[in-house]
Ligand binder design. Structure first.
Ligand code: ADP
Ligand code: MG
Length: 261
């Protein structure tokens, strides 16, 4: 297996899954023009679940998680997040976006704003939080990701790993109930991957519902309660990490695992 980037022990007793449904996706299909990118996707995610989505490049992983906060629109089927169905209704889209945080491969911080300003921008302008309160919240989460001392610097002055931790803190400042991660460590140097994964493990232990597209199979084994394998826009199989890695069912999954492990 590729070098595991997890050293921190994971307290599995804290990893509880509730009966409450956080995300429900039913017979969902999406096309980009003529191209059928997501095919009959069905997925139920309970609150507290930590799901790793794996699969070859181009299989639709990013598109799937982007549909969950309506960065992309699906054309048929249902996506229900925290009881709110995603339709063209802007009120629903706003509600879902306020509950779902997203962290991308490229951190997408605003280069001309300080770390603190990056973290307070949306709470102040979208959530109408008073500036002082937004700054206190931002400092709280910057401490949580262990970089409060960087608050007054600009993104370009930070390492990739630090910038990604800022991106996570920035998301948390909006108090999401669900976090989506799209290859959050793929753009990082190996020595920085661990610090980002540690932050994600901590979030998991606090009960955050998480969907993570990642190739960090050590993270999947340590933290995920379910691994989903996608290919050609479909969920091919899903299982708990132990069985997923040790007893894959489909040929596609076996082939994929033989390439990455
Ligand atoms: P993954 O994240 O698994 O690599 P993506 O969801 O990014 O896959 O992409 C799935 C497929 O959809 C790929 O074939 C990709 O080229 C195509 N695709 C992605 N985004 C767009 C877009 N905006 N317009 C057209 N095709 C797209
Ligand atoms: Mg992708």
């Amino acid at each position: 297996m590729s070098e595991p980037h997890i050293e921190r022990p994971v307290d599995r007793s804290k990893l509880q899954v509730s009966d409450e449904v956080a995300i429900q996706i039913e017979n969902m299909n999406k096309w980009y023009g003529q191209f059928h990118v997501l095919r009959d996707v069905n997925l139920t995610v309970n609150r507290g679940e930590r799901i790793v989505i794996a699969g070859p490049s181009g299989s639709g992983k990013s598109t799937l998680i982007r549909c969950i906060n309506r960065l992309e629109e699906h054309q048929s089927g249902k996506i229900i997040v925290d009881g709110t169905e995603l339709t063209s209704d802007l009120k629903n889209i706003d509600k879902v976006r306020s509950e779902v945080g997203m962290v991308f491969q490229h951190f997408n911080l605003f280069p001309h704003l300080t770390i603190l300003e990056n973290c307070t921008l949306a709470p102040i302008w979208v959530r109408k939080v008073p500036k002082k309160e937004a700054e206190e919240t931002a400092m709280h989460f910057l401490e949580k990701v262990k970089i409060p001392e960087q608050a007054h610097k600009y993104p370009g002055m930070l390492s990739g790993g630090q910038q990604q931790r800022v991106a996570i803190a920035r998301s948390l400042c909006m108090r999401p109930r669900i976090m989506l991660f799209d290859e959050p460590t793929s753009a990082l140097d190996p020595e920085m991957i661990k610090e980002v994964l540690d932050t994600m493990i901590e979030l998991a232990e606090e009960g955050m519902t998480m969907l993570c597209v990642t190739h960090e199979m050590g993270f999947a084994q340590a933290v995920a309660n379910r691994v989903i394998f996608m290919a050609d826009g479909q969920i091919i199989e899903q299982n708990n990490p132990f069985d997923f890695f040790n007893n894959p069912q489909s040929e596609r999954t076996k082939q994929f695992l033989s390439q990455i492990l």
